[in-house]
Design a protein around this ligand. Sequence first.
Ligand code: GLA
Length: 389
Amino acid sequence: MKTIIFILLLNATNLVGQKFENLALTPPMGWNSWNHFECDRVNEEVIRDMADAMVSSGMKDAGYEYIVIDDCWQVGRDEEGVIIVDSEKFPSGIATLADYIHSRGLKFGIYSDAGTHTCEGRPGSKDHEEQDAITYAAWGVDYLKYDWCNTEGQDEIESYTRMRDALYKAGRPIVFSICEWGYSKPWKWAGEVGHLWRTTQDITDRWDGSRWGNQLGWTFILERQVGLEKYAGPGHWNDPDMLEVGNAGLTINEARAHFTMWCMLAAPLITGNDLKNMPDEIRAILTHRELIAIDQDPLGRQGFKIYDEGNFEIWQKPLSNGDLAICLLNLEVRDKEFVIQWSKLKIKDFDGTYAVKNLWEDKAAGDTSGAHTVKVSGRDVVVFRLGKR
Ligand code: GLA
């Protein structure tokens, strides 16, 4: 009898107290409305258009799967506390939109906030976690981004764990994206709670620096990922924020470098541009199969810096089967010439001779037995895949 009660208790406690396992075994790939459409311009038509464009542009075939509505889909709560959808922006309702996205073979994501209100002042999920999780599960949500505005006095771990447990209890597997901006060093605790966690404040479409102290250029964010590599792996990723590739503030080479470095970081590849009006050269960046394979490599190792002379850096990412990705990043405006002596580069686990392929040029480039003289254009990258022979 005692054993039966114990087993029953065990089963009951298993219902809470964990995140969904076996999700996000490689970094999530998708699209989110915030970077381009922000609050004012997001609506049902935009979301449907993006789902259509995700398919017609070839992005779905390249591996992108989540369509995520960020802030501003919600307006209030009814007398029972159930969240009310903004019916001006989303007249068909969220469940219908989710069905449409699923019918395109894609997955559907939504946004809320751990505090009383979202960053745009819409209702947050504080004290409504279970109710909201049940609503999301009923709508067919597959991904939740959970923000940290208006959380005065709240504890990060407690607040995110509460939503994790609510999602688990609601029973529909949902990728849980923690958006706490790195304040409490989430890489130290969030692996048990979510599938990805933001490491900094918001990205913006700039090369470097910060605007108003909290709108960061991507190279500024990149430098803040150094040392975090040991916390990432299958099912638990550092999130240096969504991509700005295709947004107005980056030139084409800056966008290529941004995308490449996010792949080197094993970062979630959540695009944030207007997929419907996407120039071919942007599509070519976002759908580059061999770059995506670096990001999505099943080993799940985040890349790290192995060389730094200030405005010129070299990064390494270990890949499955002993392959290696090596990326040269030129942070200066003028071109840079660099001679690579492979065996002297301090590449970790460099072992024997490798075949070298230049990925953006799509060209074999000999092997690692000799030296390579490489020209890296201003604010650009050269990335090699080193293949075990
Ligand atoms: C915060 C997040 C952003 C975005 C906005 C929406 O700033 O970090 O990614 O979700 O809120 O209001």
